[in-house]
Design a protein around this ligand. Structure first.
Ligand code: HEC
Ligand code: HEC
Ligand code: HEC
Length: 391
């Protein structure tokens, strides 16, 4: 059954190999929409997502540790069909193929040592300022027996502290039934479970690390952050990475990921006074304009709940490519060019039934050119080439 397969298990089109070379690029400031302070923005964007108030880690519930998810009948065995989803091999995939599994180990690298020294933080592996994003660091009182700092960005960092939900969620259908009762909000409030199937909730969770860097860290040498929800959720970075889930929404889920991601990213990038994020604010603002025009709303929760059509995705792909003109040159816009190129790729791939089969090598080659984010007209031409497949 087509929908029951893990992403990355099938041989994908060029797209996967292509993105392998995507790397972080440097950026400099662009003008942010004037007359609006970051505070104002947060206020007016606050209702976009019920998850906006979600703390980075839960304030009181216990984190039981990866070790409590790994039973062979649970998440480190064979994947089996459970109510239409393949469940059972997530820990194995995470351990072998997920960039987050090595986030803690990264803090032992030479580069981390240099950043920590410049910031006078001592050992990066013991510095809370690094552990906040590179591990599942919580206060001692919230650590279950199996909790370990080596769990890195572990299961509960994204799915929520499991003290209350670990037992009940083992019963088939429990999560679905709770979701039906009160949605993602009540799963979080009553159980501490972060509902990653709700894209607004997921987006807020991803950007809580992926767009929240402090400026002094970037000045000390931390890679500048860049985030595009479609791209990052497909782990489009290196051949060895692979997500441990399948998107539930079919091909148009790529469009939804892109649209929700623009709203969540704009809210996050605007809430942080970091000069290194400013060039991205302009990109996400342009993106949100396109989202509103093509999907009729800029609200992450509304976008997450709606059914998107192929026609809407085509419109968005064309309008997004047209924003490229403003970002086509300048080293400070290099991250912008990558973010826009991956968005166009996601939107076009949402217009076809099966991107791996229905988009030709020519499309993926154009995408590769665009993702290289070289300057100028060649980049714009590559975007145009990509959108010519949107039909
Ligand atoms: C707790 C913070 C945190 C959260 C939440 C988080 N990430 Fe990450 N992510 C990181 C860190 C840290 C790295 C870098 C890992 C390393 O190389 O050490 C990373 C790396 C990645 C990479 C690889 C990037 C590259 O250039 O190699 C992808 C893709 C990614 N994350 C996607 C996601 C997605 C999608 C979500 C939400 C579903 C998410 N992340 C949530 C912290 C986080
Ligand atoms: C706000 C969240 C956040 C904080 C705080 C943070 N990082 Fe990161 N770090 C990330 C993310 C996200 C990435 C991956 C970026 C990407 O590829 O998109 C990353 C990547 C890195 C990388 C590059 C990893 C690689 O595989 O090339 C190093 C090194 C690093 N971080 C070290 C540190 C150190 C040292 C600290 C503390 C001084 C720190 N980080 C604090 C989020 C964070
Ligand atoms: C970087 C964030 C992140 C981390 C870390 C993470 N997950 Fe996930 N997980 C997700 C996202 C996003 C989804 C997709 C959600 C959906 O559609 O329901 C997901 C889906 C799942 C699913 C449903 C799979 C499916 O195909 O429907 C299971 C089960 C799961 N994760 C277990 C785990 C386990 C066990 C760990 C630890 C080994 C883990 N996750 C670590 C983000 C994460």
């Amino acid at each position: 059954m087509h929908s029951l397969r893990r992403r990355g298990q099938v041989v994908l089109g060029l797209g996967f190999a292509v993105a392998a070379s995507s790397v972080v690029a440097a950026g400099a400031a662009l003008l942010v929409e004037s007359g609006m302070s970051p505070g104002d923005f947060v206020v007016c964007l606050a209702p976009i997502s019920t998850a906006a108030q979600q703390p980075a880690v839960h304030p009181s519930l216990k984190y039981l540790g990866n070790g409590s998810c790994t039973g062979s009948k649970c998440h480190s065995g064979e994947a089996k069909d459970q109510s239409g989803h393949l469940i059972g091999d997530e820990f194995t995939i995470w351990q072998e193929k997920d960039p987050h599994a090595k986030a803690y180990k990264t803090l032992s690298s030479k580069a981390s040592g240099e950043i920590a020294t410049k910031m006078k933080l001592g050992d990066a592996k013991a510095a809370n300022r690094c552990l906040a994003c590179h591990s599942t660091q919580v206060p001692a009182a919230q650590r279950g027996e199996k909790w370990k700092i080596e769990d890195s960005v572990g299961c509960e960092r994204c799915h929520g502290a499991s003290e209350k939900w670990k037992e009940p969620h083992q019963k088939a259908g429990w999560t679905e039934a709770e979701r039906k009762k009160g949605g993602a909000d009540s799963l979080n409030k009553n159980w501490g479970l972060i509902d990653t199937s709700d894209l607004a909730v997921r987006g807020t969770m991803c950007v809580s690390c992926h767009l929240q860097i402090d400026q002094d860290m970037v000045e000390a040498g931390h890679p500048t952050l860049k985030f595009e929800m479609y791209d990052y959720n497909n782990y489009h970075f290196a051949k060895q990475f692979r997500p441990h889930w399948d998107e539930r929404g079919g091909p148009t889920s790529a469009a939804k990921l892109w649209a929700v991601g623009q709203a969540a990213s704009l809210a996050a990038a605007t809430s942080k006074e970091a000069a290194s994020l400013k060039p991205l604010v302009a990109v996400y603002q342009a993106g949100v304009q396109v989202v509103k025009s093509a999907f009729g709303s800029g609200d992450a929760a509304t976008l997450s709940a709606m059914t998107m059509t192929k026609e809407q995705a085509i419109k968005a792909a064309n309008e997004l490519a047209a924003t490229g003109d403003a970002f086509k040159s300048g080293a400070e816009n290099e991250r912008a060019r990558k973010i826009i190129a991956s968005g166009v790729e996601g939107l076009v791939s949402a217009c076809v039934k099966d991107p791996d089969k229905d988009l030709s090598d020519e499309f993926w080659a154009a995408s590769e050119t665009a993702r290289k984010a070289s300057e100028g007209d060649a980049w714009l031409a590559a975007l145009k080439r990509m959108t010519s497949f949107a039909k």
